[in-house]
Design a protein around this ligand. Structure first.
Ligand code: SF4
Length: 216
């Protein structure tokens, strides 16, 4: 189905009815620094595992300076269970160093500046801007958004997440960027994963893939 304001609003309405979008459903954070660290750790890892790790990490590292001064081997051991721990430990230390050196230890509320932090992708920067600063730059295109939006017929299937984001941003109200990301994540975890369960999906009649799968 072609993406229009009416279709995406209807999708959001149905997903809101089905899912509770609570902070507990995602990476836990209580300040912008924790959000940056938690989001970087969440790459290729479940939010549940990230929250287990950050539950300990955030008690020990409370400032950018603390990450900057951390030993890399110590950080590697602390983030080991989130996977890709060599890179992630390097990112965390690098984030601390960059924030101390360039931003007085604070997370900048600027998308371009966030992209300059180690391990922060465009998707991550969009999420941080929306969640921490209430500034809506664009839809964060993660695995779920990338998988589900072509199934819904909203975008062409592509590996190019920048293209998907551009196409979504033209129709979706900026105030709904974050909601679209989070509700599609909840749908992806529940029904629209690698193998979609279209028969149980509340979007079935709106979704070209669902209509096809249900006829089979
Ligand atoms: S109908 Fe199927 S493909 Fe479409 S959103 Fe639902 S689960 Fe995904």
């Amino acid at each position: 189905m072609k993406l229009t304001i009416t279709t995406y609003k209807e999708v959001l309405k149905r997903l809101k009815k089905r899912y509770k979008r609570t902070p507990e459903s995602f990476v836990h954070w209580s300040n912008p620094l924790e959000l940056v660290i938690g989001t970087v750790l969440s790459a290729q890892c479940t939010d549940k595992r990230v929250n287990e790790v950050t539950g300990v990490l955030f008690k020990k590292y409370k400032t950018a300076k603390a990450y900057a001064n951390a030993g890399i081997k110590t950080l590697e051991a602390e983030v080991f269970s989130t996977g890709f721990y060599h890179s992630k430990a390097k990112y965390l230390k690098g984030i601390g160093e960059t924030l101390v050196r360039q931003y007085n230890g604070q997370v900048p509320n600027n998308h371009a500046a966030l992209l300059g932090l180690p391990g922060v992708s465009n998707k991550t920067a969009n999420l941080i801007m929306a969640k921490a600063f209430n500034i809506n730059i664009g839809v964060a295109v993660d695995t779920h958004v990338k998988r589900i939006t072509p199934r819904l017929g909203w975008v062409t299937k592509t590996e190019n997440t920048a293209k998907i984001e551009r196409e979504l941003n033209t129709i979706i109200d900026s105030k709904d960027y974050l909601a679209i990301n989070e509700y599609l994540i909840l749908l992806g975890r529940d029904l629209c994963g690698r193998t979609p369960n279209c028969a149980a999906c509340p979007l079935n009649d709106l979704c070209p893939t669902g209509v096809k799968n249900t006829r089979l």
